[in-house]
Ligand binder design. Structure first.
Ligand code: P6P
Length: 317
């Protein structure tokens, strides 16, 4: 089964299917650009601008954003918001869907050939003005997904009928189905966190991680392993396939008192996919999908993965 067959099987909204097809075609173009980049390290480029994060924008971040805009403005989309855009773009039409994107997540890994990806979230405007439509809760998502530009180019996607995994057939330029309904293992012995920031963690995170590190002699009575790619889509991809728990909590660094990751185009789309795959996604207190959205670039703590392990973490809150 290819992506278009899957969409015909599960989606009765033609505009939604058209938008997802456009995103897939944009991702194929982004994937080809990444694989054909002449200089492995494109750090040498002279034009450096900053994104909302204050991160130096690498040319590929900007290219990915431009490719998405080119495809989406020819699709039934009324507005677009992304990490690379200060505010949303109004395509000035009467279509009902809006799209959020992190065009190239994990871009700090571009120069070292580590998997990076494009994350997207699709909502209906619900008759709202765009200013209001772009601050709807994550529970209003109609579809979400992410592409991983790694050894394979893959797509994790949900349109509300479970979370499916596709891989790109580069000869046919089509995404073919690998797994129709992913179920994340409910327990795990593997956590993902950037341990370099331990001194900044809140007490809940410190206690939870310490219990994991204490292994079978400690209260968890089992040993844990740790993974941290530093690319959300790569860590998430692993968790969908073999389980695990990912933690990017709020910490007491000045910029990250609400966490590092963005709610509308990172946490919300991942949370929708995770919940559809029987996992859990929380900010520590409540479900990511229930969080009030104040503005497009709002940050949020993000803890997600195997359901029993996320509940174990929540015991410390
Ligand atoms: P740190 C990449 O920049 C990103 O937004 C996510 O993809 C990733 O999970 C996180 O930041 C890594 O953050 O603080 O470990 O560099």
């Amino acid at each position: 089964m290819y992506l278009n067959n899957y969409l015909s099987k599960y989606s009765n909204e033609n505009d939604l299917s058209l938008i997802i097809t456009s995103l897939a075609n944009a991702a194929i173009e982004i994937s080809k650009t990444i694989r054909n980049i002449k200089k492995v390290n494109n750090n040498f480029s002279t034009s450096k601008t900053l994104n909302q994060d204050g991160d130096v924008q690498k040319p590929l971040d900007i290219t990915a954003d431009e490719v998405l805009i080119d495809f989406l403005k020819k699709s039934p989309v009324s507005g677009y918001a992304s990490e690379e855009q200060e505010g949303f773009i109004d395509f000035k039409n009467n279509y009902n869907f809006i799209v959020f994107a992190d065009p190239l997540d994990g871009s700090s890994n571009i120069d070292v050939n580590v998997s990076i990806g494009t994350i997207f979230s699709i909502m209906n405007k619900n008759e709202l003005a765009l200013e209001k439509a772009f601050i709807q809760k994550g529970s209003n998502q109609k579809a979400s997904g992410f592409f991983v530009y790694g050894p394979q180019t893959t797509l994790f996607i949900t349109i509300g009928h479970g979370t499916a995994l596709f891989a790109l057939d580069e000869l046919k330029n089509q995404f073919y189905l690998i797994k129709e309904k992913i179920i994340i293992p409910k327990s795990t012995s593997e956590f993902a966190i950037n341990a370099a920031y331990q001194r900044f963690w809140n007490s809940a995170t410190s206690k939870y991680i310490q219990n994991c590190q204490d292994g079978e002699e400690g209260p968890r009575k089992k040993n844990f392993g740790m993974r941290w790619v530093g690319s959300l889509v790569a860590d998430a991809s692993r968790i969908f396939i073999r389980g695990g728990i990912f933690l990017y909590p709020a910490d007491n660094r000045k910029k990250y008192k609400e966490g590092r990751l963005r709610l509308t185009y990172e946490a919300n789309p991942i949370a929708f996919l995770i919940e559809e795959a029987k996992g859990k996604a929380t900010d520590g207190n409540e479900s990511i999908l229930n969080l009030e959205v104040r503005e497009i670039h709002q940050r949020s703590p993000l803890i997600f993965g195997s359901s029993e392990e996320v509940l174990e973490f929540k015991k410390f809150y």
